[in-house]
Design a protein around this ligand. Structure first.
Ligand code: SF4
Length: 92
C-alpha cells in the first residue's frame, strides 16, 4: 500500500517508484473521461465540476497535483491520452 507519509522531498524520484501527475484544472472541460477510466486517481470536484486528484494521492492537499504508485501508471497514462484537451501531465 502506497503511503504518502513516507514521502520525503529531496529524495530522488527513482527511489520512490511513483508517478507524478498534474492537472491543468482551468483547462478541464469536465468530459468525464479521466475519472471514468481511472477513478482511483481522478475524481470530479463537487465544487467546480473539474477533474481533481483523489484525496489520497494529492501532494500537499493540492487537487491539481498528485503522486501515485507505479501500479497505477497505466491507468493514469490512459486517462492522459484520453483527455481531449491534454491537460493531464504525467511524469514517470
Ligand atoms: S479527461 Fe481532461 S477534460 Fe476530461 S474530465 Fe479529465 S481532465 Fe477534464
Amino acid at each position: 500500500m502506497f503511503n504518502m507519509e513516507e514521502h520525503h522531498p529531496g529524495v530522488p524520484e527513482e527511489v520512490w517508484s511513483v508517478v507524478r501527475v498534474t492537472i491543468d484544472r482551468p483547462g478541464c472541460t469536465s468530459c468525464e473521461s479521466c475519472w471514468t477510466l481511472c477513478p482511483d486517481v481522478f475524481e470530479e470536484d463537487p465544487n467546480d465540476g473539474l477533474s481533481s486528484i483523489t484525496e489520497q494521492y494529492r501532494v500537499d492537499g493540492n487537487p491539481a497535483e498528485g503522486e501515485v504508485p507505479d501500479d497505477l501508471a497505466d491507468c493514469v497514462l490512459e486517462a492522459a491520452d484520453a483527455c481531449p484537451v491534454a491537460v493531464i501531465i504525467v511524469e514517470e
